[in-house]
Ligand binder design. Structure first.
Ligand SMILES: [Fe+2]
Length: 280
């Protein structure tokens, strides 16, 4: 076992042993789109640089855990995953990472100690449950949940009433941008139906849409989180970049089962995305 992998595992074990009598602060990052090349850019944003700037900012918020909801790397390289692993290890925080449509699960599993490449994976956060879902369809931008995943979720939730978060890369609902709405979770309605049946599901956290988003399905919050690099323009019918800077989401999870959340941005971040870009 590598030293950094051992650090991540011991961080998680320390976290698991925490008493749940105080609120838990979870930072969600998403769509880091990292490259093997330290200078690698995505449409004008040096993704390692923006990721490190976000990480420095959120470290000051005293989080208990980091969650990264997919599109971890952009160039399908082992080196980019290794860099992510080493950078996360230096935080000393427990981390959970799920894959997005740009990720390669084999490389994630090899290189990233905190990867959760499984159809359904459960992590305990004090008195809360975090359920990590793999919504990828190999070779496609859009996602879906399989019947087997939905059955597994049903079984898991019927025997476990603790307040619960879902984390998934693709969005389970329309967000008002037709080009994005065509590449969400194709059967997102099935996930929302679970929220109706199991009131312990407090929120579904997702990335993929590169923008802040908040809606509700019954009492369940549907929360999209900005990318740590570039943002898509909200409500745009076609691909278009926004000029908002890199961002993140903070969630505070209270022991009795309610949560508070807010999105933060790196105000004044120096790099500007290529606004004229028509895709990536
Ligand atoms: Fe992305």
């Amino acid at each position: 076992m590598s030293a950094s992998r051992a650090v991540l595992l011991s961080s998680w074990r320390r976290f698991l042993s925490m008493r749940s009598a105080r609120p838990i602060r979870l930072i969600q990052l998403s769509d880091t789109h990292l490259f093997a090349d330290p200078a690698g850019q995505l449409l004008g944003i040096t993704t390692r640089r923006s990721f490190e700037a976000v990480l420095a900012q959120v470290s000051a918020l005293a989080p208990d855990i980091l969650l990264i909801t997919g599109d971890l790397v952009h160039d399908e390289s082992a080196a980019a995953y290794r860099y992510l692993h080493e950078t996360l290890s230096r935080t000393g925080l427990p981390c959970a990472c799920i894959p997005g449509n740009h990720d390669l699960p084999e490389l994630m599993t090899q290189q990233l100690g905190c990867a959760a490449v499984a159809p359904v994976a459960l992590r305990r956060l004090g008195g809360w449950n975090l359920i990590l879902l793999d919504s990828r369809i190999a070779g496609e931008d859009g996602g879906a949940l399989s019947p087997a995943q939905l059955t597994q979720l049903d079984e898991l939730l019927s025997g476990e009433g603790s307040p619960t978060l879902f984390a998934v890369h693709h969005q389970p609902t329309a967000v008002g941008s037709p080009w994005l709405d065509g590449i969400g979770i194709a059967n997102g309605a099935a996930l929302l139906a679970l929220c109706d049946r199991y009131p312990q599901i407090k929120a579904i956290l997702f990335g993929h849409i590169h923008q802040a988003f908040a809606a509700q399905s019954g009492d369940c919050l549907l929360l999209g989180t900005p990318s740590t690099c570039l943002q898509f323009r909200p409500a745009s019918p076609l691909f278009a970049l926004d000029d908002r800077p890199p961002g993140w989401r903070l969630l505070t999870l209270y022991p009795e089962g309610h949560l508070e959340t807010q999105v933060g941005y790196l105000d004044g971040y120096a790099e500007q995305p290529q606004r004229e870009a028509l895709g990536y």
